[in-house]
Design a protein around this ligand. Structure first.
Ligand SMILES: Cc1ncc(COP(=O)(O)O)c(C=O)c1O
Length: 473
């Protein structure tokens, strides 16, 4: 064994030991969650309501939230940057949203007929995203499903291009080549079409996979299947692998390539829309696609979804080429909440304030890591930010897979045990701020990052001391 290998093995052991100690502390602090989890296991598979609420060592059960903070059932208080997987940019129990929802509840919450709030919401979205027409549904999954159906209905073609490793929801058409390890992905210049569990290969074969930020791959697919590509669905900024921005010119060129080949471009802005900028990534990068998918932040905490499109795209709905339907579409409760979110809470200056705070947090985190010789990269846009412990920025999913997930999990545990609630999948989720977050909230996250930095710095005496105090009490 070389000295370098020996050093690497020792650091990994020490990270594993720290994880174990932090997990013990986590469980000790969450005894009521533990009890609820055990009770839930009897009646819910995995003891959770959605498999992605699972957390090692145990899922945390929440009591309530207010502004930028949440409380778990054990009474622990956290600065919340999980934000319910990027939903709560308005903060918890935002007074404008509470008031709108309460007013609506008393007037009836469901008719399956439109209410006026829907017009206001659609008008607002039109201004923000520059797309003239909108329809509603109930989740990000429904939005991307509608978008793909529309691209196919309009073009009469079957095949859709999707980016490797990107998540667009849990329906068949996009649950392909996702979460796989490097070994399973196939050669870089001919990525496999790997169906998710429960998805037949025959469905996955209707998708063509390309790496993010790789125009040549898209050109190759278009050339290989002339007249067969209905369109491409893409997150304009890849959000489930840290945050990976598009390279300059990438999005414009994608739109041109699609149009030159009679195909359409959909931006999945379920995470970025209304979060990274007033008009989402569409505004941020100055490229308007044919279709935009929204969900998450739009409802201010109430289930929601929307698709926007060009006049040409949306005419397929008006003239019946595609029936965009759903019992709960445009639900009055959702529309009331969304109207308050768009017109009262997420004002243009709210994005600037969030980005200012995020930039301070980013600088604090990266300085704390750099002081201990720990390399990191990341970005901040509007309410979103990421700090990833790794020596170079990932530009696509394969590069992101090189990141040490043990360090990411340790970060999640250290943040949690010291009062900051990150998304359970901390390696990919980064942070989401809200209009209610303060500098003190940001400082708490930075302090915890300093703790992590000291733990990762094997040369530090403090590392072992912290481990004793932080890990075993
Ligand atoms: C980019 C993206 N698209 C779609 C979805 C699916 O949204 P939902 O969970 O509301 O169905 C998600 C969920 O995380 C997402 O991140």
């Amino acid at each position: 064994m070389t000295a370098q290998q020996d050093q690497a093995n020792r650091s990994q052991t020490s990270i594993d030991d720290r994880i174990l100690a932090e997990e013990q502390r986590f469980t000790a602090r969450n005894q009521r969650s533990q009890q609820m989890y055990e009770r839930a296991l009897e009646v819910m598979p995995g003891g959770v309501t959605s498999s992605w609420s699972s957390t090692r060592p145990i899922p945390v059960w929440i009591s309530h939230g207010k502004g930028s903070h949440v409380w778990d059932v054990d009474g622990n208080e956290y600065v919340d940057v999980h934000a319910g997987y990027g939903v709560n940019v308005v903060g918890h129990a935002n007074p404008a949203v509470v008031e709108a929802v309460q007013r609506r509840v008393a007037l009836g919450t469901h008719f399956a007929q439109p209410v006026e709030d829907a017009i206001v919401v659609a008008e607002e979205l039109t201004s923000r995203f520059g797309l003239p027409q909108w329809r509603f549904n109930n989740s990000g999954t429904e939005s991307t499903m509608d978008a793909i159906h529309l691209m196919r209905a309009i073009t009469g073609r079957d095949l859709v291009i999707k980016v490797e490793g990107t998540y667009h929801g849990h329906h068949d058409l996009v649950n392909v080549s996702l979460w796989q390890s490097l070994d399973d992905l196939g050669p870089e210049d001919d990525p496999g079409r790997i169906p998710g569990p429960g998805i037949p290969q025959v469905i996955a074969d209707l998708v063509r996979i390309v790496p993010f930020n790789d125009l040549a791959a898209v050109e190759r697919v278009l050339a290989e299947h002339p007249g067969r590509i209905a369109g491409m669905i893409i997150e304009p900024m890849m959000m489930n692998a840290g945050i990976i921005p598009p390279q300059p010119g990438y999005l414009e060129r994608l739109r041109d390539l699609m149009h030159a080949n009679g195909a359409l471009l959909t931006f999945d802005e379920v995470k970025t829309g209304l979060v990274v900028a007033w008009g989402g990534a569409t505004e941020l990068f100055g490229v308007t696609p044919d279709i935009v998918c929204l969900a998450k932040a739009l409802g201010g905490g109430v289930p929601c979804g929307a698709i926007g499109g060009t006049a040409e795209v949306m005419s397929a709905i008006s003239d019946g080429r595609y029936d965009q339907v759903g019992t709960f579409n445009g639900n009055p409760l959702t529309m009331a909440a969304a109207r308050a979110v768009l017109t009262e809470v997420l004002t243009p200056d709210s994005y600037q304030r969030a980005e200012q705070l995020g930039s301070e947090m980013f600088a604090g985190c990266t300085n704390a890591l750099a002081e201990r010789g720990v390399p990191a990269y990341g970005v901040v846009h509007g309410f979103k930010g990421s700090v990833v412990v790794h020596d170079r920025p990932a530009t696509n999913y394969r590069e992101f897979l090189e990141i040490d997930t043990a360090v990411s999990h340790l970060n999640y545990l250290v943040q949690h045990n010291n009062g900051v609630f990150l998304a359970p999948w901390a390696k990919s989720e980064s942070w989401t701020l809200s209009v209610a977050h303060t500098s003190a909230d940001g400082e708490r996250l930075v302090e915890n990052m300093s703790r992590l930095a000291r733990m990762l710095d094997n040369t530090s005496d403090e590392a072992s001391e912290l481990f004793e105090v932080g890990g075993l009490t």
